[in-house]
Design a protein around this ligand. Structure first.
Ligand code: GRG
Length: 288
């Protein structure tokens, strides 16, 4: 299978799992608000990373699917909360009105909370023998020393102006942690040893930094219709970004450097490992 077919294959498996992930007995409008954001599309990058990492060692993806869905739930919760007026105050996400625009702020807070807890419930119910380790990895990376910490520093840097050290912290935690988690989870579930896990962590860190630099660039140069969200927000909100600190040209060079570092971190030559190298290169030239 070529790269595009492989990505589409992983993505389809995730979409099928997500379609019925929110239980029917969640009261409405909460259940509808959760499904509205979870099933709105998106690249499904994090679950694809999890399945690709798992596929380095295992053939049958079925046992990894609840974990792939859980990572996307956590990502979607973070987007819903990030879009709230108290944070980035966005009204467009994934090409449609943000959750709070469609369901109100209170329901959007609850939809985010609901997706976060449903993610952990889904992993716990999988009964996978390594579920606890995978779940711990996600908890650490999305929590108060991971993504939430990155978001905290991102918010405070709007007031202080930020600097290179803060920016690296923001990129590592707000973005790279939630790309590293699925890689480490997929490998852990598949029974990988420390050597492969270390390669994946290095890959995730560098991919995450490159991915966020590109996100910063796209906020300046990207097309709103293609991105499915508004651009120009970073400058409006005085955000500390790679572009605001280093300028567009340097940002492009740095994105390339971190992408190369990510690809070089993977030493394994299984098809699924080569897929990860290609994914990093594709992420560098992404337009959405
Ligand atoms: C609210 C705790 C909390 C965290 C918010 C997700 C987030 C952290 C902020 C959103 C803005 C942002 C630039 C986040 C960095 C990660 C990122 C680039 C998210 C967008 O991910 P994509 O491009 O989105 O994979 P899709 O829609 O394709 O899934």
């Amino acid at each position: 299978m070529n790269y595009n077919d492989q990505y589409a294959y992983y993505r389809r498996a995730v979409e099928e799992t997500l379609r019925c992930a929110v239980p029917a007995d969640v009261p409405n409008p909460l259940g509808d608000a959760m499904r509205y954001s979870l099933l709105a599309g998106g690249k499904r990058l994090r679950p694809v990373l999890l399945l690709a990492a798992y596929a380095i060692l295992q053939r049958d993806l079925t046992p990894a699917l609840p974990f792939a869905a859980a990572v996307e739930m956590v990502h979607t919760y973070s987007l819903i909360h990030d879009d709230l007026p108290a944070m980035d105050n966005d009204d467009l996400r994934r090409g449609r009105p943000t959750c709070h625009k469609a369901y109100g702020e209170g329901m959007a807070v609850l939809a985010g909370d609901g997706l976060l807890s449903l993610a952990f419930e889904t992993m716990a119910q999988s009964r996978h023998p390594r579920a606890f380790a995978a779940l711990g990895e996600l908890a650490a990376r999305c929590g108060t020393r991971g993504m939430v910490a990155g978001q905290c520093v991102d918010l405070t840097a709007e007031e202080t102006g930020g600097n290179a050290e803060l920016l690296r912290y923001i990129h590592l935690h707000k973005t790279a942690d939630l790309l590293t988690a699925p890689l480490a989870m997929g490998l852990t579930l598949a029974g990988a040893g420390e050597d492969l896990l270390a390669q994946a962590r290095e890959y995730g860190k560098n991919l995450g930094i490159a991915f966020q630099i590109i996100d910063d660039i796209l906020d300046v140069t990207g097309d709103e219709a293609t991105l499915g969200k508004h651009t120009g927000k970073d400058a409006q909100e005085h955000k500390c970004t790679w572009v605001s600190l280093y300028g567009l040209d340097q940002a492009r060079k740095d994105a390339k450097t971190y992408t190369e570092r990510a690809a070089d971190s993977i030493k394994n030559d299984e098809n699924a490992a080569i897929f990860l190298k290609t994914l990093a290169q594709r992420a560098l030239v992404r337009v959405q």
